[in-house]
Ligand binder design. Structure first.
Ligand SMILES: *Cc1c(COP(=O)(O)O)cnc(C)c1O
Length: 386
């Protein structure tokens, strides 16, 4: 590929050039079609070329793309209103990516603590095996040693606790702790959901000490788990939530959504982003949010997700050890040494999947996936696994 001459090799790209997409299918430059269970790593939640989203974006491009954060715009207000009303939280800050949203959340949590308790109460506990982004700070927030190399010095002020172990969290927490930050389903490390009792215990512990609960829903958010946000199913109300990937349906946008505690913590000049909240991205987000919260849409995700999960569990193969996840965010656990072969074999047969962690094949299909497409995916998986 000519691209490999000019691009930094930060990704092990497949030797395929994608040309176009329609619904849940992608087409490469050789005309080969693929059923896409990756959706741009959880981004194209309405599939490719969704007519309503495309129309909304095209109209917005011709109306107003950017006007800076010195002025208000209707798309920004509309998207923020939907996020606030749906979550029951209070205020929104728009960013361009997941890592940038997490940076904003970390700054917000530290400033809340600084304003109330003074300097020194600034440590954020994150979970082992978590993933929070690629900036210097969010790499350090990521609870995996392999991400803490080369780029020293990293941002200080992070401690790590074992997931699903409330006693470990209590041991790690001290008078310097200002927040606990979690992914409810650890996506990048293999689609590993946290236990509901554990998350409830974290909430109780944090509330008793005015430690903020920060939930990173960059991957779980915007419908993938069958609810707009995954925290709804954990029956907790975070102090701050971030989301990004699927929020713009393919257009880059992230959001920090805060509850009452931090709603006035940032004042003028305390945080910003040139592109953040531009009318184009916000129009995309507003349109995505309208569609995903339409009556029946999230029920569809639950039904299709359950059909896909059960279908994979029913494949008679000792190559599949476990299927993890919720809704349309699933991980198929396989032998780590064979995983790349399975992914390649499925791709050869026209089915695109992702990997995550050491041993999972990860599925993050468009939320518009149909039951017929589930059957098509399952029959390819059967050929590969049985
Ligand atoms: C993808 C991801 C991020 C980083 O998002 P970017 O948009 O790539 O910066 C952060 N947290 C989680 C949980 C993610 O899945």
């Amino acid at each position: 590929m000519e691209e490999s001459i000019y691009l930094m090799h930060t990704y092990n790209r497949f030797n395929i050039e994608m040309e176009s997409g329609q619904g849940c299918y992608l087409k490469d430059t050789n005309g080969k079609e693929y059923l896409d269970l990756t959706s741009g790593i959880g981004v194209n939640c309405l599939g490719h070329n969704h007519p309503v989203l495309v129309d909304a974006i095209q109209k917005q491009v011709a109306t107003l793309m950017e006007c800076s954060n010195l002025y208000y715009s209707k798309p920004m207000a509309d998207a923020a209103k939907k996020l606030v009303e749906y979550t029951g939280l209070s205020k929104v800050f728009f960013s361009n990516s997941g890592a940038e949203a997490n940076e904003g959340m970390i700054k917000l949590a530290r400033k809340y603590s600084y304003d109330k308790y003074g300097a020194g109460r600034d440590v954020i506990i994150t979970l082992k095996q978590s993933f929070h982004g690629r900036t210097i700070t969010t790499l350090k927030a990521t609870g995996q040693d392999k991400f803490h190399q080369y780029y020293f010095p990293f941002t200080e002020g992070f401690d790590y606790a074992a997931a699903n172990d409330i006693e470990d969290l209590k041991k790690v927490a001290n008078e310097k702790t200002c927040a606990v930050m979690v992914e409810l389903i650890q996506g990048e490390s293999g689609v590993v959901p946290l236990d509901k009792e554990y998350v409830k215990a974290v909430e109780e512990f944090c509330h008793s000490k005015d430690i903020l609960i920060l939930v990173d829903e960059v991957q779980t958010g915007i419908g993938h788990t069958g609810t707009l946000f995954c925290f709804e199913q954990y029956n907790v109300l975070p102090d701050i939530v971030t989301t990004a990937k699927a929020l713009g349906g393919g257009v880059p946008i992230g959001a920090v959504i805060t509850g009452d505690k931090c709603k006035d913590t940032f004042g003028p000049g305390d945080h910003g982003s040139t592109f953040g909240g531009n009318p184009l991205s916000c129009k995309a987000a507003d349109t995505v949010l309208s569609i995903v919260t339409e009556h029946g849409f999230l029920d569809h995700v639950k039904v299709v997700g359950a059909a896909l999960k059960t279908g994979i569990e029913n494949i008679h193969s000792d190559k599949i050890k476990e299927v993890r996840g919720i809704g349309l965010m699933l991980g198929i656990v396989v032998d780590p040494d064979k995983r790349a072969d399975y992914v390649q074999a499925m791709m050869d047969k026209g089915l695109l999947t992702l990997t995550a962690g050491k041993d999972a094949i990860r599925l993050l299909p468009p939320l518009t996936l149909s039951l017929k497409e589930v059957d098509e995916a399952l029959s390819i998986m059967k050929e590969v696994f049985e």
